[in-house]
Design a protein around this ligand. Structure first.
Ligand code: NAD
Length: 478
């Protein structure tokens, strides 16, 4: 039977042991689909962070000198354990953030993939390379602080732990408060897989306390942060005094350019699925759909039909959309929908309040689409992180590209067009880290990260290990 229960107390995991809860403060965890208390979260302090960092430093001495084969075996063991505990993990994700259970199960596959791609590609990575008369050696940077967001907890945690331990770093993970049950199941997975004590430690608590203590810590060598741009800036500030590396995967306001010759049915699916999946809580969601003005009515009608078909309800049932993750998130989304209406966008479908027919509890939002949005409206400029889509018209391709790039963000983009060469040319001109051409999918093995205020550094695939490597030059008698 699973040691972790969804109503349990979520404790720290330090040096291979669950820490004693005596003397700690706790916060209640709430299930966003029901409003019921789902557990208690142990709130970490500076001294918990110190203990975890010391454990990681001790473990680094031996773990950093393990062989590549040993680490690949460890990654395989973690994969086996994730697969064994897949149902527990999916349930934890659904309890944490209200993700429909079928989607939670699907995302486990991408958590596995974060480890599998390294099993496949690590052996051919050039950890040592001769350049003429000198040698370049890539080494683990040291102790990593891993600070993920809550939106796809299984994928986000796996995506940070996998590259860190693959190259020989040790780590202190601080799961997002809203994804605490998922973090707890992961601690059990690492333990069950035989990850050596101290290699991955988990300290729970508030970002402003535990996260900040990690960012400022003298003995943390890199912070791998994924979250909002505002908090990313704070992490960078906190890390500045100790000159540590900060890798940032931040917010987005991704564009989807629909070229005049595009398959509109497919393009509508890319936009609607991309924005509405996970209740809009996807960093790369194509929230600005940029369409030929002449085709406005046809496109909007297809979107309306697609959104009308979305079922919203209890995440334990087979629905397309559950609640958003918290009351705070619900209030934020409501404010943005009100702002869209006030600023003069045309409300096509959805709106403020709860969807009809649902009980008056849980943080459910109406999937909402605005048309006739101009790119200077608040809903086109700011990341909403909810199921709200903006349709913006263009007259020329140049104008479409200008609109796509007229944003402080640059995380992802989508281009649809029957003339693939033309679509590729457009894709090349968009300033974003990953651009999908004629597909709604991103490639989880390709580098992913932000231009501009969407961050710096790259995650996903083999590319993610760069954040955890130092570069040493060996010169002279080498
Ligand atoms: P958030 O910025 O509020 O929190 C992210 C993490 O930082 C959490 O674990 C939180 O506890 C922690 N944190 C909070 N304050 C901190 C501080 N002062 N110091 C250190 N850590 C602190 O983000 P969120 O609400 O969890 O996630 C949503 C945001 O994440 C959105 O902006 C979304 O676009 C972004 N996101 C980006 C990517 C990406 O790959 N670029 C992926 C997913 C989510």
């Amino acid at each position: 039977m699973s040691r972790h229960s969804q109503t349990s107390t979520v404790r720290h995991y330090i040096e291979g042991q669950w820490s004693d809860a005596d003397g700690s403060d706790f916060a209640e965890l709430t299930n966003p689909a029901t409003g019921e208390v789902s557990g208690l979260l142990q709130l970490g302090t500076q001294s918990d962070v110190d203990r975890a960092v010391e454990a990681a430093q001790r473990a680094f001495i031996s773990y950093s000198s393990t062989s590549l084969d040993e680490r690949v075996d460890l990654l395989r063991a973690v994969i086996a354990e994730i697969e064994k505990r897949g149902d527990d993990l999916a349930e934890a994700v659904t309890t944490d953030m209200g993700m429909p259970i079928e989607l939670s199960k699907l995302v486990i596959g991408s958590a596995v993939q974060s480890f599998q791609v390294l099993v496949d590609e690590l052996p051919s990575y050039p950890f040592e390379k001769r350049h003429g008369d000198y040698l370049v050696v890539r080494e683990p940077i040291g102790v990593a602080a891993l600070i993920p967001p809550w939106n796809y907890p299984s994928r986000q945690i796996a995506g940070k732990v996998a590259p860190a331990i693959a190259v020989g770093c040790t780590a202190v993970l601080k799961p997002a408060e809203l994804a605490a049950h998922s973090g707890a199941v992961f601690a059990e997975i690492f333990h069950g897989a035989g990850v050596p004590a101290g290699v991955v430690n988990v300290v729970n608590g508030f970002g402003s306390v535990v996260g900040s203590a990690l960012s400022r810590h003298n003995h943390i060598d890199v912070v791998s942060f994924t979250g909002s741009t505002a908090v990313g800036v704070q992490v960078q500030r906190d890390a500045a005094d100790t000159v540590k590396r900060v890798s940032q995967e931040l917010g987005g306001k991704s564009a989807h350019i629909v070229l005049p010759d595009a398959d509109f049915e497919a393009a509508v699916k890319t936009s609607v699925d991309g924005v509405m999946r996970n209740s809009g809580q996807t960093c790369y969601a194509p929230t600005r759909t940029i369409i030929p003005r002449a085709e406005r009515d046809r496109f909007v009608e297809l979107v309306r039909k697609a959104v009308d078909a979305i079922t919203v309800g209890a995440p334990s049932s087979p629905v397309a959309m559950g609640p958003v993750a918290s009351e705070k998130q619900w209030q934020t989304v409501q404010r943005y929908i009100e702002t869209g209406i006030r600023e003069g966008a045309t409300l096509v479908v959805g709106g403020t309040g709860r969807p009809e027919g649902l009980p008056d509890r849980g943080w459910f939002v109406r999937p909402t689409v605005f048309a006739d949005v101009s790119n200077d409206m608040t809903i086109a400029r700011e990341e909403i992180f909810g199921p709200v889509m903006s349709i913006i018209g263009y007259d020329t391709i140049e104008e479409a590209i200008d609109i796509a790039n007229d944003t402080p963000y640059g995380l992802a983009a989508f281009v649809d067009g029957a003339d693939v060469e033309k679509a590729k040319q457009v894709a090349r001109r968009i300033r974003a880290g990953q651009v999908s051409v004629n597909t709604s999918a991103l490639n989880p093995n390709a580098p992913f990260g932000g231009y501009k205020r969407s961050g710096n550094g790259r995650a996903w695939g083999i590319w993610a290990i760069e954040e955890f490597l130092e570069t040493k030059a060996l010169v002279g008698a080498v």
